[in-house]
Design a protein around this ligand. Structure first.
Ligand code: ATP
Ligand code: MG
Length: 566
């Protein structure tokens, strides 16, 4: 490829909308362009990397006997009605109607469609097990699209579904995908963790996420250095002191706290700490309201609360006017006493004595409030996020550490939820109808690009690992007006291409500085510079990742590229 002809609109400025390095670099290096919030197109260089990432995934899946097919993105409502997910997806699903007023959606995921495919095409146990996959565009109207292709509304996913005769079969299919994923993410040279995402969080291997370690990751991972426990914060159980302190209950006291904006303000005003405070947070779960109490220095875990209330399609902080109506007070003064909605109390709060809470009256708090005497919990349980320093829920010996991660893959033992609902069956050895047991396995293909950049960049730009690099090597004639330089660069470029190496030549009539900056920005792993020493048959060889530079003869340089690409 010749840069003089390449659609490569690199940017010098950091686009203001981009908050994280990968998003900034994908825009600056001319990989993607935004069309609408969470909707991106790929320019030639970006598409080249995307195809390389897809190839790694495809090879990994094919090596593990998964079969590729391709389903439509435009899906009829009926498919999702049988499973109940037309409702469940709520506003995250892009819905539309055809000219005959029939309902469709743009597929957010394809469990139903693959189950239907197996239902119509597989009859006998002899055809099982089978794992089917596709690499295809998905649509989700995310509440908060951000970080470029990390959380977008249109994105590319590899989704796979396994169908087995029994649990043992599912275990084997799951293990097979687990191995495929390790191979795939190793090939991408990602530094990742395999995290337990099992619902109980207490062991089991029903669901695991592949998390790329990164400070900008949206997920928090809790891990134990002693026993190896590693779980998504969403799922990680908290074990805390649950024995109630035997301090005597003091009399409730209403305290005027007019200028106390934060829990720190309120507690320090009273000579106490946030650990003495129990905060009450009002949520809207679909059509109803619930209150959740956690200690003043803790955070509510939405997933745990949603599970406890039996599921909710939409779960968020109550809108301000509802909050005011429910608590009879401005925001910041909610409390459990006299509240007449369901109250979910975290174990830690249930063990507190003489706590400080909001008074449900503007500018007032109550102190010495006690559960049982002054209010009762609808449900007591684990409703908070695990934190660094908490005891490991498994070995209960070591303190938990946390780090952030980007979820690039998810493997999941589904069971018969979809096959049962959609009446997908096969005949066993005895001619009896059975329901296949399913697993599902996703990889965020476009998200992988961003995750790779998050782990492979510096102040000058992207540093592609060889396995995904759009081109292995860039040949840069310093001065294209110098015939010797120009000819030598062309010869090297052609020699590399003939050896099957992905090469690009910067044949633009630009200053050397501009060319070097662009080469660094777009992250080509190797650079051969043809400059003044061309006349002596000498070129400069540079490795993007290490910055290592040396002078070599043309033949040596070509051999070195071959070695490093292999
Ligand atoms: P998340 O928790 O990040 O929303 P999810 O649990 O909704 O992910 P899955 O339904 O398991 O994701 O989808 C499989 C994979 O698709 C994820 O592991 C992730 O890598 C990718 N993915 C999911 N949502 C998006 C999105 N909005 N933009 C880009 N990639 C996504
Ligand atoms: Mg999601």
């Amino acid at each position: 490829m010749r840069l003089s002809k390449y659609l490569l609109p690199t940017l010098r400025e950091v686009p203001t909308e981009a908050e994280i390095p990968s998003h900034q670099l994908m825009l600056r290096a001319g990989l993607i362009r935004k069309l609408a919030s969470g909707v991106y197109g790929y320019l030639p260089l970006g598409l080249k990397v995307l195809r390389n990432v897809e190839k790694i995934i495809r090879d990994g899946m094919d090596n593990h006997d998964a079969q590729e097919l391709l389903m439509s993105a435009l899906l009829p409502k009926e498919m999702f009605e049988v499973s109940g997910r037309w409702e469940v997806f709520g506003p995250e699903m892009f819905r539309l109607k055809d000219r005959g007023d029939r309902d469709f959606c743009l597929g957010p995921t394809h469990e139903e469609i693959f189950t239907d495919t197996v239902k119509s095409n597989i009859r006998s146990y002899k055809q099982l097990p089978v794992t089917l996959y596709q690499i295809q565009t998905k649509y989700r109207d995310e509440r908060r699209p951000r970080f470029g292709v990390i959380r977008s509304r249109e994105f590319i996913m590899k989704d796979a579904y396994s169908f087995d005769r029994d649990e043992t079969g599912l275990d084997a299919s799951y293990k097979n995908m687990y191995e495929a994923y390790k191979e795939i993410f190793d090939k991408m040279e990602l530094d990742y963790l395999i995290v337990d995402a099992d619902s109980g969080a207490m062991g089991g291997s029903g669901s695991q996420e592949f998390m790329v370690k990164s400070d900008i990751g949206e997920d928090t991972i809790a891990y134990c250095e002693k026993c190896g426990y590693c779980a998504n914060e969403e799922k990680a159980a908290c074990v805390c002191k649950t024995e109630t302190s035997d301090a005597p209950m003091a009399e409730v006291n209403k305290v005027h706290t007019p200028n106390a904006g934060t829990i720190e303000d309120v507690t320090s005003f009273m000579g106490k700490t946030p650990q003495d405070f129990a905060k009450t947070i009002i949520y809207k779960a679909d059509d109803r309201f619930v209150a959740v109490m956690v200690r003043g220095d803790r955070e509510v875990n939405d997933t745990k609360v949603v599970n406890a209330i039996g599921g909710a399609i939409e779960f968020d902080l109550a809108p301000l006017d509802d909050l005011v109506r429910i608590t009879n007070a401005k925001a910041g003064f909610a409390g459990p006493v006299g509240l007449d909605i369901d109250l979910y109390v975290d174990n830690e709060v249930a063990a507190m004595k003489n706590m400080i809470v909001g008074a449900n009256e503007t500018d007032y708090h109550l102190e010495n409030v006690n559960i049982g005497r002054d209010f009762t919990a609808t449900v007591t349980g684990d409703f908070r996020n695990i934190e660094e320093g908490d005891l490991c829920p498994i070995c209960k010996e070591e303190k938990i550490k946390t780090c952030r991660g980007i979820e690039v893959g998810h493997i999941f033992k589904l069971g018969t939820k979809y096959s049962k609902a959609m009446e997908c069956t096969f005949l066993d050895e005895n001619g009896k109808e059975q329901v296949p047991i399913m697993g599902c396995y996703g990889i965020g293909v476009s998200r992988c690009l961003a995750a790779i950049i998050e782990q492979n960049s510096d102040e000058n730009g992207i540093i592609w690992p060889m396995s995904v690099a759009p081109y292995h090597v860039i040949v840069v004639p310093v001065n294209v007006k110098d015939e010797t330089q120009k000819q030598m660069a062309e010869d090297i470029y052609n020699a590399l291409k003939s050896k099957g190496i992905e090469a690009v030549i910067d044949d633009r009539n630009e200053r050397a500085g501009v060319k070097f900056n662009d080469a660094e920005l777009i992250g080509i792993p190797l650079r051969i510079t043809v400059g003044k020493k061309a006349a002596d048959g000498i070129v400069e060889f540079k490795v993007r990742k290490t910055g290592e530079m040396c002078e070599l003869s043309v033949a040596e340089a070509i051999t070195k590229v071959e070695e490093l690409v292999k």
